[in-house]
Write a protein that binds this ligand. Structure first.
Ligand SMILES: [Zn+2]
Length: 247
């Protein structure tokens, strides 16, 4: 009998816990598993709630600095796009890299947020691309590029009509695929800050480079991505705390 009541107690506790409600590590952009609750959904997500260097933030009050010009080597095109249920993601093969502060970061994937996650002096953009890189030790460097409404985007023109609108669906990108260069503006001036992943587990220590110039896409292209993602997938702005934003 004591064993049964202990089991009952455990079950009651488990059922009542947010961890159970969110079935382990499931998270979302709204409701019970939304951004306000990420930190309590799983012990692995603690830093989402307790971190002091979280992303995104409003980029404002920039400090003048002597930022280095990184080297971009994006020669190998991405060939497959997948709807993850949280975003649209393009996987990139080996051979693409960003060299920053003398360190080589391999490009892993590019994904999209609609609307943008970072804001610049309070301005939010309709879309933001994240180019996610990791060095051999697993240190992360992410480049963010804002998209504004304007001229049609060349690479998106090839496949924005056939984006997968359901989770786990894939699309083979047309032709040779898409170079990661397509997601960057011509002028590569950037803001730099120390931040985190904007999705659970919200890992900190991420080097963020946010491009100053936006990339353009047509209203129809932006709408196509928004529709395929199916819901806003921007984490709310986080406090800057003691961080400096350098330009
Ligand atoms: Zn992202």
């Amino acid at each position: 009998m004591p064993r049964i009541s202990a089991l009952t107690a455990l079950l009651t506790m488990t059922l009542a816990s947010p961890l159970f409600a969110a079935s382990g590590s499931e998270w979302s952009y709204s409701g019970q598993a939304g951004p306000q609750h990420w930190g309590s959904l799983s012990s692995e997500f603690d830093v989402c709630g307790s971190g002091k260097n979280q992303s995104p933030v409003d980029l404002a009050g920039m400090i003048e600095g002597n930022l280095p010009e990184p080297a971009y080597d994006y020669s190998e095109p991405g060939e497959t796009l997948i709807n993850t249920g949280h975003t649209l993601k393009i996987a990139y093969p080996e051979g693409n890299a960003l060299t920053l502060d003398g360190r080589r970061y391999a490009l892993k994937q590019v994904h999209f947020h609609t609307p943008s996650e970072y804001t610049i002096d309070g301005q939010r953009y309709p879309m933001e691309a994240h180019l996610v890189h990791a060095d051999a030790q697993g240190n992360l460097a992410v480049i963010a590029a804002m998209f504004e409404q304007g001229e049609s985007h060349d690479a998106l023109a090839g496949f924005s009509d056939s984006l997968p609108g359901q989770a786990d669906k894939r699309l083979s990108l047309p032709g040779e695929g898409v170079s990661a260069t397509a997601w960057l503006p011509e002028r590569r001036d950037y803001y730099r800050l120390n931040g985190s992943l904007t999705t659970p587990p919200c890992t900190e220590g991420v080097r963020w480079l946010v491009m100053k110039d936006p990339v353009t896409a047509s209203p129809a292209q932006l709408e196509a991505l928004r529709k395929a993602i199916g819901h806003a997938n921007n984490r709310p702005l986080q406090p800057v705390n003691a961080r400096l934003i350098v330009e």
